[in-house]
Write a protein that binds this ligand. Structure first.
Ligand code: UD1
Ligand code: MG
Length: 463
């Protein structure tokens, strides 16, 4: 028998005011449902996600995460059909849980993203547990009543509760760890005779509590905040940010302004990294020791080496940067850029599917697309690789120790051999052999004294 996670995610999320299913809204770059799945501990053998509204998009997201290796266990979905309550959602998943030979079920919500792995592990290991929290304002939640031994007596939904019950501040978090056999039996006997006309999962949990003791475990309320509105999303993001940035500060990362720095849950930062205000790291990002991430820089899915200086306002996407490189300000590394050691990519330089080998520099105002630049080569200001002829993308290859003067165009496919020198202002349309000098020049027109004569002529015309 296995431990299976059951994740409820069929709700519409009307208050989000969105076409995107609620569970796909991101917190620090990762969708809520992905946070929940990533919180599943190793003892959870598989997860079943109950979907309905936006089910195609949720299924597509799950397939993508599985392909990227982001999921800790196999995940299947069950379509609830018209959602008739949390109990109905669990009923609809019963056959799938049986198929997975479920012994213990851990029930979570797809829109409650900040539950901690340790907390889910407690639910997975416990006999029978309900997570609860004490709130100053319990409005809307199910209230928890306990027996004298502290175990669960009842959960009464807010809408079904009288004033005495509504005064209870201990509420149901909506996450449970329960033996599947008695829960399944209780689900078979649910009715919807309540204030909301819904099939309540909580009624089934109470029925289980009538047969075996169900522990009430208190948890940190931030772990149980649901995302029902954009305001909730902002609040969750603030808690996630505090949690993540706090953890990296404990591990030797400097944040000049932690409240204004967004580090996603999949980022890995080494010691002595410095994060300037407004920097944002989303997706899979790795930053090496001693690297500085400049103000306003936005990094997505990339690996940055040690001792790198990322000056303000760089954008780096799906790229790799080696040790001791200097980037920006205002550099743009697009997908498939790879910088080896001590490469400089300066202001207003854009790279795409381009490798710069060690010691090369492109310091100003260039576009390098589908290119390879050897070691120690110097790319002058304003170089453009003309990689696209309107039909195909073509490759530019630049050797080692090449010097390219300012304002050149390299019309790809083209190859510059080792040690070549390209004169400023050239348009290179053929391969340049190693050691050659290449330049294209329009003839210079020089007329002594002509400037004064031209000014006189213009003055006469106006006057
Ligand atoms: C539920 C609990 C309540 C608890 C609260 C915690 C019940 C009856 N009540 O309240 O005691 O305090 O959670 O947040 O369970 N969902 C489905 N299908 C449905 C209905 C809901 O998949 O038919 C999903 C939602 O998408 C959501 C989760 O279940 O992820 C919880 O649903 P929600 O409507 O927020 O639960 P409440 O009834 O408010
Ligand atoms: Mg609700």
């Amino acid at each position: 028998m296995s431990t299976i996670a059951l994740i409820l995610a069929a709700g519409l999320g009307k208050r989000m005011q969105s076409t995107l299913p609620k569970v796909l809204h991101p917190i620090l770059g990762d969708p809520s449902l992905l946070w929940v799945l990533r919180a599943l501990p190793p003892e959870v053998a598989a997860a079943v996600v109950v979907v309905h509204h936006g089910k195609e998009r949720v299924a597509a997201a799950l397939a993508e995460w599985a392909a990227q290796g982001l999921l800790p266990c196999p995940v299947t979905t069950v379509d609830q059909g018209e959602p008739l309550g949390t109990g109905h959602a669990a009923q609809r998943a019963a056959a799938e849980l049986d198929r997975l030979d479920c012994g213990q079920v851990v029930i979570l919500c797809g829109d409650v993203p900040l539950i901690r792995p340790e907390t889910v592990a407690r639910l997975a290991r416990a006999e029978a547990t309900l997570l609860a929290m004490d709130l100053d304002d319990p409005t809307g939640y199910g209230r928890v009543a306990q027996k004298t031994d502290g175990t669960l007596e009842a959960v009464i939904e807010h809408k079904d509760a009288d004033d005495a019950v509504r005064a209870i501040r201990r509420v149901n978090g909506g996450a449970y760890g329960l033996p599947w056999a008695p829960l399944k039996q209780a689900l078979g006997q649910l009715s919807n005779g309540n204030a909301q006309g819904e099939y309540y999962l909580t009624d089934a949990v109470m029925a289980v509590a009538g047969r075996i003791p169900v522990k009430v475990e208190l948890c940190d309320p931030t772990e149980m905040i649901g995302m029902n509105s954009r305001a909730d999303q902002a609040l969750l993001q603030a808690y996630a940010r505090e949690r993540i940035n706090g953890r990296w500060m404990d591990q030797g990362v400097t944040f000049l302004d932690p409240a204004a720095t967004l580090v996603g849950p999949r980022a890995v930062l080494a010691m002595d990294v410095v994060m300037e205000p407004g920097a944002s790291l989303t997706g899979w990002v790795e930053i090496g020791a001693g690297t500085r991430v400049g103000q306003g820089s936005v990094l997505t899915d990339c690996r940055i080496g040690t001792g790198v200086q990322i000056r303000p306002y760089c954008v780096i996407d799906r790229s790799q940067v080696g040790p001791d490189c200097k980037l920006g300000p205002f550099a743009h590394l697009r997908e498939g850029s790879r910088l080896e050691t001590n490469v400089h990519v300066g202001n207003f330089v854009e790279t795409k599917k381009t490798t710069l080998h060690s010691g090369s520099k492109a310091n100003h105002l260039s576009y390098l697309g589908d290119a390879e630049v050897g070691e120690r080569s110097n790319i002058g200001a304003g170089l453009i690789t003309c990689n696209y002829d309107g039909f195909n993308k073509n490759i530019t290859t630049i050797g080692n120790d090449v010097f390219v003067g300012s304002d050149c165009q390299l019309v790809a496919p083209v190859r510059l051999g080792d040690g070549a020198i390209i004169g400023a202002g050239s348009t290179i349309t053929a391969d340049v052999p190693a050691g050659a000098l290449a330049l294209t020049r329009a003839p210079l027109v020089l007329k002594e004294g002509a400037a004064a004569r031209l000014r006189e002529k213009q003055k006469a015309r106006k006057g």
